[in-house]
Design a protein around this ligand. Structure first.
Ligand SMILES: [Zn+2]
Length: 278
């Protein structure tokens, strides 16, 4: 599934090709994505002002509002000459005035496209989302305040889009390792100092993934939805039973909220109000 770093990499990849272009027309070969795709006729001839992102939604911005796109489980976007032969699952083309298309491919059709007039952030998909992890609003103090009376495991808390957006399972595992926090610890029991380490770790792991994605992504295609380029640098995710890269203790695996969770019993000892560092 494309995660926040892949979506941000896609945004950076397509924006220079779309910004300033006029939307001439579109072709909807299959409107049955996660929700039926409808694009208002009034968008014809409108200029793209930029491509933004909120959580894992791409925002193609126009004067009157934005097209809100989500890649779902398996979606990808490419910028191509309009006469490029179609591949299976090429469901939607947006045609621009330079003769190129933004082509949306999505085998599993969990992706979506919505039109939303200003204010765009009031769209029902966006209005209840927590802060962006790479913004100033996301900090250790914010996490500590938000975690008050929350008894869920800190890993679930971190993956809750009402708390912070875009921290998928891989990144939650990695950030908790880097911060030395046991993933099963109740959110309200994590200290402020630990949350400060965690906020920094989340930002570091996401920025690293974006940086790697930016250097390996070709044709703006997220080939298989797997962050393969990022995998070599992982400390814990997918490494249950293998040795910790820091202390060589065997890593342990468990499931928290149905999601694979891997941690180092030695490096991630942070329990209750006591806090350990590696
Ligand atoms: Zn360790």
């Amino acid at each position: 599934m494309p995660e926040l770093p892949e979506v941000e990499t896609t945004r950076r990849g397509i924006e220079p090709h779309l910004s300033g272009r006029q939307l001439k027309d579109w072709v909807i070969r299959n409107a049955a994505l996660r929700w039926p795709v409808k694009i208002p006729q009034a968008l014809k001839g409108q200029q793209v002002l930029g491509v933004g992102r909120r959580a894992k939604y791409l925002l193609i911005q126009f004067d009157q509002g934005a097209l809100i796109m989500h890649l779902g489980m398996s979606g990808s976007l490419r910028v191509l000459p309009a006469d490029t032969p179609l591949l299976k699952h090429d469901h939607i083309d947006l045609l621009f005035d330079d003769g190129r298309v933004l082509r949306f491919n999505d085998p599993r059709r969990f992706g979506s496209i919505h039109w939303q007039p200003h204010p765009v952030m009031e769209h029902w998909l966006l209005c209840a989302l927590g802060p962006e992890p790479l913004s100033d609003a996301f900090s250790g103090a914010y996490l500590k305040t938000t975690a008050r009376r929350r008894k869920v495991a800190v890993k679930n808390f971190l993956m809750d889009a009402h708390v912070v957006v875009g921290v998928g399972n891989i990144y939650a595992n990695e950030a908790l390792f880097m911060a030395g926090i046991r993933p099963s610890l109740q959110a309200h029991r994590v200290t402020l100092a630990s949350y400060e380490r965690l906020a920094s770790a989340v930002q570091e792991v996401l920025q690293q993934a974006i940086a790697m994605g930016g250097t390996t992504l070709r044709d703006f295609v997220n080939q298989d939805g797997q962050p393969g380029y990022f995998r070599q640098s992982l400390y814990v995710y997918g490494r249950s039973g293998q040795l910790c890269k820091v202390c060589e203790t065997p890593l342990k695996g468990l499931r928290i909220g149905q999601r694979a969770t891997v941690f180092c019993p030695k490096c991630q000892r942070s329990q209750g109000l006591r806090s350990y560092r590696c």
